[in-house]
Design a protein around this ligand. Structure first.
Ligand code: CP3
Length: 354
């Protein structure tokens, strides 16, 4: 196995010294890149792209050819697990993900199995192995999964939702059904992430996109508790190196201290929380990833650079910051603005590490 040429990202996650702040972007492989749109068209549809290891590898590497990024992220989706559980995932143009067979009652949940990652999700592991090979140790590869709560919202609603009516109805009216679903998902996510690590993922991230729609009590009971179960079951070392774990609850700024207490290495922070405030609340327990508003990439390169300066100053001196957007990059962004963003971090961050 080749040695890593750029391990800034892994070192920052462990709050070790780095000469500058590493950067990657959530959804860095995606529709804002014309070369991505071309490969997706070639694949036919989004899931066909995810299931083809060579093409998934190609789109994973595309942003790294354009920009000096410090990590690659597996090209896949969080909804691969519910798809492998038999819910029938499909994407309708302009409408986001949908399930043919959503789960709406305890009978449907009782029938769900925990997928074997090397069988039903073997295409994801093949993608991880292919990407890891083709990276030639240039930068580390991030594996990922959705959180049990976030996956449950899609599985119960049958797709994206504004009000979370069906999933909250189940949570409040049939809590034992919801807990059974979340427990099966926590088991599935644990074995899925461990399989990604065995296949070559050098860090993993858990996306809890919808934890922020819960009350503080419900967040602990229905989201954080199951992420804790996952963290407790993850492989934390591979190839003689620690495999850092990042937890990201969008809109979870109020709960960062609770999240840090799970024993993860890093937390993702969205733009609704100031990094200075986040840093003081997690003390020195974890590294922080974030947190520019992705819509800032619509502004001029000069305005983007000013915002990068503000965010670097907000985190302040010292290690343990991974620069990122506070959520995924929007499809309408001009790739040149993404380039200006990344350049600004390269230019301005060394001053914070001296
Ligand atoms: O970051 C990366 O570059 C890696 C790839 C990645 C994708 N999805 C590719 C993708 C990752 C990490 C995800 C995670 C994901 N998927 C999340 C959690 C992160 C987040 O954004 O909060 C969620 C909630 C999903 C579910 C999902 N997948 C939705 C809601 C959509 C539709 C989005 C839209 O804007 O239409 C997807 C599809 C999807 N996943 C695309 C990509 C590049 C767009 C598919 C396309 O049309 O090409």
């Amino acid at each position: 196995m080749s040695t890593l040429q750029n391990d800034l990202y892994l070192r920052a996650l462990l709050r070790e010294p780095t000469e500058r702040t590493p950067i990657w972007m959530m959804r860095q492989a995606g529709r804002y890149l014309p070369e991505y749109r071309a490969v997706r068209q070639q694949a036919g549809d989004f899931m066909a792209l995810c299931k083809n290891a060579e093409l998934a590898c190609e789109v994973t590497l595309q942003p790294l050819r354009r920009f000096p990024l410090d990590a690659a992220i597996l090209f896949s989706d969080i909804l691969t697990i519910p798809d492998a559980m038999g819910l029938g995932l499909y994407f309708e143009a302009g409408e986001g993900p949908k399930f043919e067979r959503p789960v709406r009652d305890i009978k449907a949940i009782e029938k769900l199995g925990v997928p074997d990652p090397e069988q039903e999700l073997g295409y994801v592991m093949n993608a991880v192995r292919t990407i890891r090979h083709e990276l030639h140790g240039k930068v580390p590869l991030i594996g990922f999964s959705g959180s049990p709560w976030t996956l449950a919202t899609y599985m119960v609603e049958g797709g994206s939702t504004k009000n979370f009516s069906l999933v909250k109805k189940m949570m409040f009216a049939e809590p034992q059904a919801m807990h059974l679903l979340l427990d099966k998902l926590a088991q599935s996510v644990t074995s899925y992430l461990n399989a990604q690590i065995a296949a070559g993922a050098q860090a993993v991230m858990i996306f809890d996109t919808w934890g922020g729609v819960l009350s503080p009590r419900d967040y602990r009971e229905f989201s954080l508790r199951y992420m804790q179960q996952i963290v407790d079951g993850l492989t934390r070392e591979a190839d003689g190196r620690r495999v850092p774990v990042t937890l990201f609850t969008k809109n979870g700024g109020a709960w960062l201290a609770d999240m840090a207490a799970t024993g993860v290495d890093a937390l993702g922070v969205d733009w609704t929380t100031d990094l200075a405030d986040a840093r003081s609340r997690v003390e020195d327990k974890v590294a922080l990833q974030g947190n520019m508003d992705p819509s800032m990439l619509y502004a001029s390169p000069q305005r983007i650079e000013e915002e990068v300066a503000t965010i670097l100053a907000s985190y302040g001196h010292g290690h343990g910051h991974i620069f990122n957007l506070g959520h995924g990059i929007h499809p309408e962004v001009d790739p040149e603005h993404a380039g200006a963003f990344i350049e600004a971090v390269h230019k301005l961050s060394p001053a914070y590490h001296r």
